[in-house]
Design a protein around this ligand. Structure first.
Ligand code: ATP
Ligand code: MG
Length: 357
């Protein structure tokens, strides 16, 4: 929370259903601002979209950082329109630029079973599954360090290195332990594979022990990634905060939300915990070209992302109110969109949540 309780936010709808769910996210943000007495300064941008690319030949203007200016957060929809721009171009030209330039070294996703969302795991009720996946977002397995020799010959060799730095590992672990320390259960699980990956993963384990010493109130354990994925499906109730390297976190942060139902409701944060740069909040889903333009997309992922953003900005009460409103609306069949078996369209669902606040 800043002293003035005025938040400047870059609003970037992007492509496809991003343009349909974003107005609902903003509608709910504005309802929360009215109810809880803070002010929003919203700046909408049309870049970081394939439409922008088709007009200008690039996903974002060269001076995008100056155009965004000093903001408290970025609120993002979805990017990608593979019929016109290849995914690697649209992704590298937009979201990944934000992640890198704003040093958003944590990717945070909740795994939480909500009312009205059918759970693919048998016998689970809302409340049974409620944890966070914290993914390292800047280094690790996703490095460009490696080589390709003798391509196309019998002697062909390819290599790609995992790069872990103590700085990079420690800061994401500290974030995860800190998050666990604020939760009721106060438990952290580390994803590893130190029985097979003999150099980097033992280092990761060792840093987990070192950082754990700074958080005596948090209990912790570790699982090898193979068993951990099985446990996500078999025993998701045992987790509280799960921290993982870039690759393992990428996998877990898709598996987690999949274990709790539809992609349409899951949110995420790309976070710069130091506050030296703004963080970015966006739904987990993509631009969904198959349903774009029909007004039927589920806006809950976008709206839940708004709650995460407000929590990050220090408006915890408003964030909790949004979560309660989402739960109330999802509990009634009339409030749900088609992907959840309901008949509401994008706007009905967004309006119902805003009104509930
Ligand atoms: P990404 O752009 O992240 O690679 P993707 O192309 O793999 O994503 P999405 O665009 O998320 O996937 O779409 C996957 C499927 O989920 C599609 O069938 C889409 O219609 C559906 N879907 C995604 N988001 C929503 C939503 N908000 N409401 C309803 N259905 C959705
Ligand atoms: Mg896609």
């Amino acid at each position: 929370m800043n002293a003035s309780r005025r938040y400047s936010i870059a609003v970037i709808p992007g492509d496809g259903i991003g343009k349909e769910v974003m107005p609902e996210g903003v509608r709910v943000l504005e309802a929360a601002a009215r109810r809880f007495g803070f002010a929003l300064d919203l700046q909408w941008h049309d870049f970081a979209s394939c439409d922008y690319y088709l007009k200008h030949g690039e996903m974002m203007p060269q001076d995008w950082k100056a155009r965004i200016g000093k903001v408290d957060a970025l609120f993002f929809g979805a990017v990608g329109w593979p019929d016109t721009v290849p995914d690697h171009v649209s992704l590298w030209g937009s979201l990944l630029q934000f992640r890198r330039e704003y040093d958003q070294y944590v990717n945070l996703r909740p795994v939480r079973l909500m009312p009205g969302v059918p759970c693919p795991l048998a016998g689970r009720k809302p409340g049974d599954i409620d944890f966070w996946v914290v993914r390292e977002n800047t280094e690790g397995e996703y490095s460009a360090v490696g080589g390709h020799m003798f391509p196309g010959t019998e002697r062909e060799i390819v290599m790609q290195e995992t790069v872990m730095t103590r700085f990079g590992v420690d800061r994401v672990l500290r974030y995860a332990f800190d998050l666990a320390s604020k939760r009721e259960r106060g438990h952290l699980t580390s994803a590893t594979k130190s029985n097979g990956i003999a150099i980097t993963m033992p280092f990761w384990d060792q840093r987990v022990e070192a950082i754990a010493a700074e958080f005596p109130g948090v209990t912790h354990d570790k699982y090898h990634i193979d068993i951990l994925t099985a446990q996500f499906v078999l025993n998701p109730q045992r987790f509280d905060v799960v921290v993982a390297s870039n690759l393992f976190g990428d996998i877990l942060s898709d598996l987690g939300p999949a274990c709790t139902g539809t992609i349409g409701v899951a949110p995420s944060g790309n976070i710069n915990p130091d506050g030296t740069h703004p963080s970015l909040f966006e739904p987990v889903h993509g631009s969904a070209p198959d349903i774009a333009g029909k007004g039927i997309a589920n806006p809950v992922g976008q709206i839940w992302s708004a709650a995460m953003m407000l929590e990050h900005l220090g408006e915890a009460e408003a964030a909790a109110a949004i979560m309660a409103a989402i739960e109330a609306v999802l509990s009634t069949p009339a409030g749900r969109t088609g992907d959840l078996g309901g008949s509401a369209n994008t706007r009905d669902c967004g309006k119902a949540i805003a009104e509930s606040i």
